[in-house]
Design a protein around this ligand. Structure first.
Ligand code: HEC
Ligand code: HEC
Ligand code: HEC
Ligand code: HEC
Length: 240
């Protein structure tokens, strides 16, 4: 009886000892973990939050303004080729009316919608020896079906007589004060990407900007919000 009791007591003491050793091990382990965590975190590099302008930080309707902005600095140091500049007169002459898609003034291979065939020159522009001109950069390289809107002029005759008179282009230098930014006199649809027309060698000389590097054009230039007059029901006025 007595021997059995002593055995039981020893068993309980063993359990206690194990429990104390177990606690000691846990404590040592946690000291090692906490210490090494704080030691290694003190060796970390200083961390700066990524402040790069992300895609989503643009106002969606103004996103197009930034499409060619990675070329802004190149545009501002590009040497000017005085010999081969376009002017507003030839720019307007190549359009059926103000705002119409320009016609294709050079020979093209017909049989495709355009896309890559046209964008190999019109995406980034550049001088083309055989046409002796700089390629105007497409303001809408995402619109791939070029020939849906741009065609070659095949005839100068009218299909049928009409009373159509072309609308005229707005005037330039519409500024509140001398030296303040002129308003954007044109619509923005298909013209979201300002640098494609206002910078570089292919830009029309009267509207080439002196500051392509300012990038956020619409921060200073505002759109002409003038309401368009309602003309009522449109009637064709063709003399039979
Ligand atoms: C080999 C390069 C090249 C290719 C390919 C090319 N173009 Fe052109 N494009 C030019 C050049 C250079 C001009 C300027 C011509 C001038 O001013 O006389 C031009 C002018 C134009 C213009 C007139 C722009 C304006 O503001 O008056 C349109 C529109 C045009 N191209 C559309 C097209 C389409 C559509 C295609 C594809 C079917 C195409 N181009 C393929 C080089 C090219
Ligand atoms: C939905 C119709 C549409 C499609 C598709 C289209 N364009 Fe245009 N494009 C226009 C209009 C409208 C303008 C005139 C903008 C203006 O001058 O007011 C224009 C202007 C241009 C200009 C003149 C820029 C300048 O500085 O004179 C070029 C070059 C051009 N487009 C090339 C292309 C090419 C290349 C494609 C195909 C990859 C294409 N476009 C597809 C409607 C279109
Ligand atoms: C398709 C080519 C094209 C694109 C793209 C374009 N513009 Fe223009 N811009 C013109 C032409 C051409 C004129 C001359 C007036 C006219 O014909 O509407 C002009 C005139 C202007 C003027 C008036 C300049 C003056 O001296 O009074 C400002 C400012 C202007 N644009 C700003 C912009 C801004 C900002 C953007 C981008 C949101 C833009 N443009 C996109 C072709 C373009
Ligand atoms: C910080 C304000 C500001 C920003 C941003 C800005 N502009 Fe201007 N811009 C002006 C002022 C001011 C003038 C008038 C300069 C003068 O009359 O001497 C002007 C004039 C112009 C003109 C008339 C021609 C000229 O250069 O004088 C055009 C075209 C033009 N800006 C286009 C642009 C385009 C395209 C962008 C974007 C790349 C842009 N601007 C960004 C303030 C700005």
């Amino acid at each position: 009886m007595c021997g059995q009791n002593r055995k039981g007591l020893r068993h309980i003491e063993d359990m206690k000892r194990f429990f104390i050793i177990f606690l000691f091990v846990i404590l040592t382990a946690s000291i090692i973990v906490v210490w090494s965590f704080s030691y290694f975190s003190s060796h970390e590099e200083a961390h700066i939050v990524n402040t790069k302008i992300s895609e989503s930080s643009h106002i969606p309707s103004e996103k197009g303004v930034f499409d060619r902005s990675s070329f802004a600095l190149e545009y501002s140091i590009m040497p000017l080729d005085q010999e081969h500049q376009r002017d507003l007169k030839t720019y307007y002459e190549n359009r059926a009316f103000y705002g119409a898609p320009p016609s294709i003034p050079h020979p093209v291979f017909e049989g495709s919608i355009g896309a890559k065939e046209c964008l190999k020159c019109h995406e980034n522009g550049g001088f083309v020896e055989k046409f002796n001109a700089y390629t105007p950069v497409s303001p809408h390289p995402d619109k791939l079906n070029c020939v849906q809107c741009h065609v070659q002029v095949k005839t100068n005759e009218l299909f049928s007589p009409s009373s159509f008179t072309s609308n005229s282009a707005p005037s330039l230098k519409n500024q509140a004060l001398l030296g303040s930014p002129p308003i954007i006199p044109h619509q923005i649809q298909l013209r979201e990407n300002c640098l494609s027309c206002h910078a570089g060698s292919s830009a029309v000389k009267e509207i080439r900007t002196s500051h392509p590097n300012r990038i956020n054009c619409r921060q200073c230039h505002v759109i002409n919000e003038k309401k368009i007059a309602d003309i009522g029901i449109f009637k064709r006025d063709i003399k039979q």
